[in-house]
Design a protein around this ligand. Sequence first.
Ligand code: ZN
Length: 248
Amino acid sequence: MKITFLGTSHGVPSAVRYSSSLMIEVDGSVYLVDGGAPVADLLTRRGVPFTSVRAVFATHMHSDHTGGFPLFFSLSNWYYKDTDYDIFLPDTVDVDAMRALLCAMDGGMDNEARLRFHPVREGVLYSDDRLTVTAYRTRHMMDDRTSYAYRLEAAGGPTLCVTGDLHHGDAADFPDAFRYEPSDAVVCEMAHFSWETALGVLAPCPTRQVFFTHIGPGNADWIEGKIPPLPPLPFSLHVPDDGDSFEI
Ligand SMILES: [Zn+2]
């Protein structure tokens, strides 16, 4: 499994960071978690064919996680007619809204069997011959709308946990399945609590690598490399830049 950080900024893009988007590659198949970055442009510039995308997952509907999706879906709708993928948005109302936006932009849906929209449900959400994705509800949204973290498990291979955005002010929202079940890597957002809080929660996690992303002003010290001395951690810790890739 290879992961590429297409966007690593918090809710506002910076001069060098797009908002959140993560690309996961497993044996030539591509999966996206969030699309706050201009994913259509970035996949094109990286030479990633749209036809390699098999599924797209939004952690929640905030624009820094979904703003780049409409163009990607639209191009898949009216131009790249050999695309064939599933799209998971948090709720039925979000699916209806995105389909309505596509109809407004493109005059209709070309083929609803190719762009398959689904609302997210907790538990095992998606499975193909290369990847199984499990969804865990989180408490990031301040109203009755939904948000999710995802655990992605390659067939016979590594497991990746992606927090999405969590509850403001503390890291108590971190899913138990991430804290206590072994994984190979955790991608943890850093826009809603301090790095001290995050490390306090993550230190006991049975994982090999942790990636801090969703970088904002509150954790600028990390960006500038002014990381204070840390106690020994049981995993390697990374703060990726846009475009960085890692083998899991
Ligand atoms: Zn966010």
